[in-house]
Design a protein around this ligand. Structure first.
Ligand code: ACO
Length: 429
């Protein structure tokens, strides 16, 4: 049967034909851009659950099947065979790098790993227990002031340099903010170490006692970052495009994305998951008690549910396997919280409430266990997600910047407030 090329909406004596748009994976969208001018109507979609806001060639998610691909490559293949930096280059520049391209970009990252000494004074201004995500967001936004020549990006070379600065320096910022919180001296990046090893060195080395992370720990960190490298137009990815649509600079857009990620329904969920496991571990609630509270609506089962996946989140499978890999390699002690996680998951996945709503573990459910095994403290969890997500955010900013059809983002609203009324003088109120 021949497919229709237009969708028709009929209402209030009017019929409007709207063009269809189909993606390379067969997804069809109804192009409503002419709806208001043709009929005076707008669409209403709070939370944008059914709204496509752009065409994008970066990440494909099939929520029904539970698959995720970066630029066409399945997440599992990248996780098994690529490094985080290869994956980052794939996302940011469109293809897997050749050997010399990878070497050149690694060189750029190495050249950019230090922070301007004046920028360190910004870090000094935060209280010792300042929120790591507040610090990260503020520092990235401030970073732009140190590179005014990159506030407007005109060429691919400038884009490459700005991307390298952000990818490289966020790692230093994150590690330094942790050191400050711990009252430890900053460990400067080691130019002879690759991305993940260098981060672990800045986090955990102390003067005259260098931390040499075992290879499985480095690999586990790399897997974690790859799993978080992009997720399309999730809240933070969409934020990059929202802020970028006003032609705000790349640093400002990434800083905004960090703030969007912070919330407990998004990248901050990992903290909530760990708190939940702690509650059960400390005997304040049972696993079944948690399930019942979630079913009654009194709380959310943290790390469960996802807007797009109506199946197991493939990132959760990856992260759990990485954690189990550390256990098998003897690199982590079996954490009692892992058994609690398995118990809660088994109960949820046998319960009609979760089955009917198709609620499965999302990436945050097991990621805290993996991060704990690497020794990352709980307040740093969302920062780790942010480091992983940098390449995807940068890629979204760039794709939007290159998009000839890009318009400033400006959703409409259905106004439900008071209709016009007359000003009431102070003594009559
Ligand atoms: N626990 C209990 N019930 C849930 C959960 C949960 N974790 N998630 C969704 N539901 C229920 C809702 O109450 C709703 O039930 P109803 O139909 O009876 O009203 C139904 O499932 C649909 O939920 P929505 O809120 O409409 O789903 P939405 O797509 O808007 O929300 C979200 C997705 C925010 C992730 C949600 O599942 C949630 O709050 N999860 C817990 C927080 C979390 O883990 N967030 C991380 C997401 S992954 C990431 O951002 C990297």
């Amino acid at each position: 049967m021949k497919k229709e090329s237009v969708a028709t909406i009929a209402y209030d004596g009017k019929t409007v034909e709207l063009p269809l748009i189909t993606g390379t994976e067969g997804e069809t969208g109804i192009d409503v851009t002419s709806l208001r001018s043709k009929a005076g109507w707008i669409t209403f979609d709070p939370g944008f659950a059914n709204t496509g806001a752009c065409k994008s060639g970066i990440t494909h998610i099939d929520g029904e099947r539970g698959t995720l691909r970066y630029r066409g490559y399945p997440l599992e293949q990248l996780a098994e065979r690529a490094s985080f930096i290869e994956t980052a280059m794939l996302l940011m520049f469109g293809d897997l790098p050749a050997r010399d391209e990878l070497a050149e970009f690694r060189g750029l990252l190495r050249d950019q790993e230090l922070l301007h000494e004046s920028l360190l004074k910004h870090l000094d201004g935060f209280p010792p227990l300042g929120q790591p995500m507040a610090i990260l967001s503020a520092m990235i936004n401030s970073l732009g002031s140190y590179y005014p020549e990159l506030l407007t990006i005109r060429t691919d070379a400038e884009y490459r340099l700005a991307a390298a600065k952000i990818i490289s320096k966020v790692r230093t910022i994150a590690a330094f903010s942790y050191r400050k919180a711990e009252g430890l001296p900053f460990m400067y990046p080691n130019p002879h170490m690759d991305y993940c090893r260098n981060f672990l060195h800045m986090m955990f080395s102390v003067p005259f006692r260098l931390y040499e992370p075992p290879a499985p720990i480095v690999r586990a960190l790399s897997l974690f970052l790859i799993a978080h490298a992009d997720h399309g137009l999730d809240t933070s990815g969409a934020t990059v495009r929202m802020v970028g649509s006003s032609q705000a600079n790349l640093f400002a857009c990434i800083s905004a994305a960090v703030c969007a990620l912070w919330g407990r329904l998004h990248g901050g969920a990992g903290v909530g998951v760990m708190e939940m496991f702690e509650e059960v571990h400390g005997g304040r609630i049972t696993a079944q008690g948690l399930i019942e509270e979630a079913k009654s609506g009194r709380r959310r089962l943290m790390g469960f549910g996802q807007r797009v996946y109506k199946n197991y989140d493939p990132r959760a499978i990856l992260v759990r396997k990485a954690y189990e890999g550390l256990l098998t390699a003897g690199m982590a002690r079996r954490d009692a919280r892992f058994d609690i996680a398995l118990d809660i998951e088994a109960r949820a996945l046998a319960d009609d409430y979760f089955l009917e709503r198709r609620l499965y573990p999302n990436v945050n459910y097991y990621s805290g266990l993996l991060l704990r095994a690497i020794n990352i403290p709980v307040p740093m969890f969302p920062v780790m997600v942010a480091i992983g997500n940098m390449p995807g955010w940068i890629a979204h900013w760039h794709e939007e910047w290159k998009d000839a059809e890009m318009k400033i983002h400006r959703p409409r609203q259905v106004y439900t407030g008071r209709t016009q009324r007359e000003y009431v003088p102070m003594d009559k109120r």
